[in-house]
Design a protein around this ligand. Structure first.
Ligand code: DSN
Length: 392
């Protein structure tokens, strides 16, 4: 590269990624092919519109690319084109979710989503997000005792509040989500059901988490977490007489976005093909097996694991009351010094502040990509124990 300053930063980041143990539950390491597609000439092309309906010339190649990406997305999750539209243009998860509400929820309407501090996402109606300013959030949380979803309680909230849309899917919920129960709750409240499967998309693709597609009206997902693609997002929309597919397509473009990032769409297409392989299925199985071992080992050392364990790729550790009296911020800093990257995280019913909560969130997707197995998780648990239990 001519630009030595950027080249040096690239080299430094490459080294940082290589030398640290990455337990950020929402990160992963993409393949060289995904990186090549991201760095391709597709970045030079303006392609406002959709395949066959563009506003600029010169789109014959990118039309093929976007259609191929859509086909691969549907194939990966076993969907028919006659039943599902997929939009691969959202620039990331937040704009994808915003577009769905923009299309389906009237001004001042209600979004029923998980509270942020219980594992929800800002874009599920939190007051600091546009989704909480433009619409009203009806929030739900986990049960205080089990720290898991209480579907009967959710049904009562939905019946009383009559939200326009119910969002299932979380950023820090370590348990399997029962999409069928969410569907019944949505039907009884006459609400749309949107599943945000950003965290678990790779697990759904790999067959280690139930699929939401039999139940949801709309499924949103980022592509860079367990799915192991570039930073981007997709929206899957069930086709029916309500024409939600047209409404959401229009909300994405021209409603909220301009030209799609075609280089990113190329990289998503590469990742979707990779995720269709047997090797990826094995990866998904190993990711969840690793999370279970990490949770079990830490529990054996005496750490309290929120909800008692994990069914997916992530776990929440209560380092404050359920550990050594270390706050989440200090725990994260101490682990970083020991070469382990995690994020501080609130736990349900947290008594501390979001800036220094009671928990840390650990995920196994990135390290499993690098080949980590159960024995490596035991080693990581030992380092966490040694780093956090005692003051050094
Ligand atoms: N920042 C993502 C996560 O870490 O879960 C969600 O947007």
């Amino acid at each position: 590269m001519q630009d030595k300053m950027i080249e040096n930063l690239m080299r430094a980041e490459r080294a940082r990624q290589k030398n640290a143990i990455n337990l950020i539950a929402s990160e992963n390491y993409v393949s060289d092919d995904v990186l090549a597609a991201l760095g391709s000439e597709f970045t030079n092309k303006y392609a406002e519109g959709y395949p066959g309906k563009r506003y600029y010339g010169g789109n014959d190649v990118v039309d093929k690319l976007e259609s191929l990406c859509q086909d691969r997305a549907r194939k990966l999750f076993g969907l028919n084109e006659s039943e599902w539209r997929v939009n691969v243009q959202p620039l990331s998860g937040s704009p994808a979710n915003l577009a769905v509400y923009f299309a389906l929820v009237p001004p001042e309407g209600k979004i029923m989503g998980m509270e942020l501090s219980h594992g929800g996402h800002l874009t599920h109606g939190h007051k600091v997000s546009a989704t909480g300013k433009l619409w009203k959030q009806v929030s739900y949380g986990v049960d205080k005792k089990t720290e898991q979803l209480d579907y009967d309680h959710l049904a009562k909230i939905a019946k009383k509040e009559k939200p326009n849309i119910i969002v299932a899917g979380f950023t820090a919920y370590p348990r399997t989500i029962d999409f069928e129960k969410f569907r019944k709750i949505a039907d009884n409240a006459r609400a749309y059901l949107m599943v945000d499967m950003s965290h678990i998309a790779g697990l759904v693709a790999g067959g280690v988490h139930p699929s939401p597609f039999s139940y949801a009206d709309v499924v949103t997902t980022t592509t860079h977490k367990t799915l192991r693609g570039p930073r981007s997002a997709m929206v899957f929309i069930r086709k029916d007489k309500r024409s939600l597919d047209d409404l959401i397509d229009k909300a994405i473009f021209p409603g909220l976005q301009g030209g799609p990032h075609m280089n990113t769409i190329a990289a998503v297409a590469v990742a979707l093909k990779e995720a269709k392989t047997m090797a990826f299925k094995k990866y998904a199985r190993q990711t969840t097996a690793n999370a279970r071992v990490l949770a079990k080992e830490l529990a054996t050392y005496g750490w309290r694991i929120v909800s008692g364990g994990t069914d997916n790729h992530l776990l929440l550790v209560d380092v404050w009351q359920g550990g050594a009296g270390v706050g989440g911020a200090e725990a994260s800093e101490r682990l970083e010094k020991a070469g382990i990257i995690v994020n501080k995280n609130t736990i349900p019913f947290d008594t501390r502040s979001p800036a220094d909560p009671s928990g840390i969130r650990l995920g196994t997707a990135a390290e499993t990509t690098r080949g980590a197995k159960q024995k490596d998780m035991k080693h990581i648990a030992r380092v966490i124990e040694n780093t956090l239990r005692f003051k050094h």
